[in-house]
Design a protein around this ligand. Structure first.
Ligand SMILES: [Zn+2]
Length: 243
């Protein structure tokens, strides 16, 4: 076989080989984004496929039932099979870890309805931003509520630590660092410092989530995601919205 023939015979083979290499590389590149792509499966809870505004209306209607003591009976057995294959929560909630809040109860929701992240002082750490990125991009969650509450011990401890110049024991200074921007913002403003700091902390973390590039900020810009704040009132159970 002459050189020319050899070249001619190999050319398609080489082209095919290059094509396979290219396809393999493209597939490898696609693996990571695909693992974080929107879920293409049929949603296990079709009622949870709602707009951001409708999600907020539903959340607040659930809170009204919670306040009035007219909560629904949640049949966990009935939903178990549908939820074993996936989830599509209609709202994310960033709540304080305080045992008196319980977001699923406070919005009268069932399993698969809320994507809840909790930390004392309800602030958006990198881990929590990442968790909500998963909820929004993969699970198509259209709403996030940052839920502060009255008499928050984490905010109160931060106020005292900053006022006294003391360093709290253990890992507690991490909470103080995260909550102190809200406390510093209301210092000297008069009124109830704890109540003001709780509200400011919610507002700051709403803004932090709204501006969390590239994922949450883009979804907010595209109006596929709404992020709001609220304060849970301990005596009534009512959530006061701060939109
Ligand atoms: Zn708290």
């Amino acid at each position: 076989m002459c050189e020319h023939c050899c070249d001619a015979a190999d050319q398609p083979r080489l082209a095919r080989r290059s094509m396979f290499k290219f396809a393999a590389a493209a597939a490898a590149l696609a693996v990571a984004p695909r693992a974080f792509a929107a879920n293409a499966k049929a949603p296990p809870k079709p009622k949870n496929v709602v707009s951001p505004d409708a999600a907020l209306d539903r959340l607040m209607a659930g809170n009204t039932r919670h306040v009035e003591g007219t909560g629904k009976r949640h049949d966990f057995k009935h939903e178990r099979e549908a939820l074993s294959g996936g989830q599509n929560p209609f709202a994310g909630v960033l709540s304080c870890a305080d045992s008196r809040i319980a977001p699923e109860y406070c919005f009268d929701t069932a399993r698969g309805d809320l994507f809840v992240c909790r930390v004392a002082g309800n602030f958006a750490s990198a881990d929590i931003v990442a968790s909500f990125e998963y909820a929004v991009q993969v699970l198509n969650t259209p709403l996030i509520l940052v839920l502060g509450h009255e008499s928050c011990g984490a905010v109160d401890a931060t106020i005292k630590s900053l006022k006294d110049g003391t360093t709290l024991p253990g890992h507690l200074p991490a909470l103080v660092d995260a909550i102190s921007p809200a406390v510093k913002a209301v210092q000297g403003a008069g009124g109830d410092t704890l109540a003001n700091a709780i509200r400011r902390n919610v507002m700051l973390n709403v803004e932090n989530l709204k501006s969390a590039a590239p994922i949450l900020a883009q979804f907010v810009d595209d109006k596929k995601l709404r992020i709001v704040g609220g304060i849970y009132q301990l005596k009534s159970g009512r959530v006061e919205l701060m939109t």
